[in-house]
Design a protein around this ligand. Structure first.
Ligand code: SF4
Ligand SMILES: [Zn+2]
Length: 305
């Protein structure tokens, strides 16, 4: 059900406290992305049960000025959160003095009419573009929308003075580690003119997904944390990354000895944007470099750990 916790968020160049909530809704209407198991958390709840979750968030709001509300789907899909509930939420947030609201949505639900409700708040909408390459998004991710759909929704958001966060994924299935790095860098270059912030998701293995089946058969490995450092280092715009399951076999990982240090560096970098933090080393870096080379030919990942 509802999960709420406090975390740090970069806001206007400073680090501030932020309240993050994941609410349970009917879940994503698409549910077909190869790496996504979020739909397993979806529940067909009554409006009353949904409202109760919002009430619990309000109780914990205290003097937080930034709130993230994620639904494991699309906040702007009215099948998940009705227009009435959306408006109620925004009114309550304004009463509480919340300045910034961060939500997520697929592009097809981003409409001017709905966004009017958020006027008076700084709104940031995260869109899971994953890659700027339509061919890869269709064949390796099965995302069900195009780059032009992303552009259309980003333009609507920006025309209303709202912020666009673009999620890109590191290492979709069927790409070698090297191809994945290249795709991410090319994608970041393409989207930086349309997004205020790029957020990199490092692939983790979720239950019941195609990616899990490939991983179980030894033909997919989540990205190395070195690959994450490489892309964070090279991207020339504001970029953040939260390595979910970092250091675990199901998440982005290196050799097991350096993982903790690299994950902490990535988290701190996301808050400060200080690239010096990304200058790390470990013996396993050599293995990663070899893996980059070999996987390109063999198409089979090097399972060092
Ligand atoms: S990744 Fe996003 S769009 Fe794709 S199925 Fe999961 S929640 Fe839906
Ligand atoms: Zn290491």
């Amino acid at each position: 059900m509802l999960k709420v916790w406090k975390e740090k968020e970069r806001y206007r160049g400073k680090v501030e406290d932020c309240l993050t909530a994941i609410i349970t809704t009917k879940g994503c209407a698409w549910r077909k992305c190869y790496m996504c198991g979020y739909w397993t958390e979806a529940r067909d709840l009554s409006d009353k049960a949904l409202e109760e979750q919002f009430e619990k968030i309000f109780q914990k709001l205290e003097d937080f000025r930034i709130l993230k509300v994620f639904t494991s789907g699309s906040f702007l899909d009215e099948r998940e959160i009705s227009a009435e509930l959306r408006r109620k939420l925004v009114d309550r947030l304004k009463e509480h003095g919340v300045k910034k609201l961060i939500i997520e949505s697929r592009p097809e639900f981003i409409e001017k009419k709905k966004l009017e409700d958020f006027k008076g708040l700084e709104l940031e909408v995260g869109i899971g573009l994953e890659t700027a390459n339509d061919l890869l998004r269709e064949n390796c991710i099965n995302k069900g929308f195009s780059f032009s759909d992303f552009l259309r929704s980003a333009e609507i958001l920006r025309s209303m003075g709202f912020r666009v966060k673009c999620y890109l994924i590191l290492k979709p299935p069927f790409l070698s580690e090297k191809e994945a790095i290249q795709d991410l860098l090319e994608s970041a270059e393409k989207v930086k003119a349309y997004a205020d912030l790029i957020s990199i998701n490092l692939m983790n293995i979720q239950k019941g997904t195609l990616v899990e089946r490939l991983w179980e058969r030894g033909i997919y490995r989540p990205p190395w944390l070195w690959s994450a450092l490489e892309v964070l280092n090279k991207i020339q715009t504001e970029v953040i990354c939260d390595p979910v399951a970092g250091g675990k076999l199901r998440g982005p990982h290196n050799c097991g000895r350096c993982d903790k240090e690299v994950v902490s560096a990535i988290k701190l970098f996301s808050l400060t944007q200080d690239k010096n933090l990304l200058d790390l080393s470990c013996d396993c870096k050599k293995v990663w470099l070899k893996a980059l080379e070999l996987e390109n030919y063999s198409r089979v990942p090097l399972f060092y750990t």
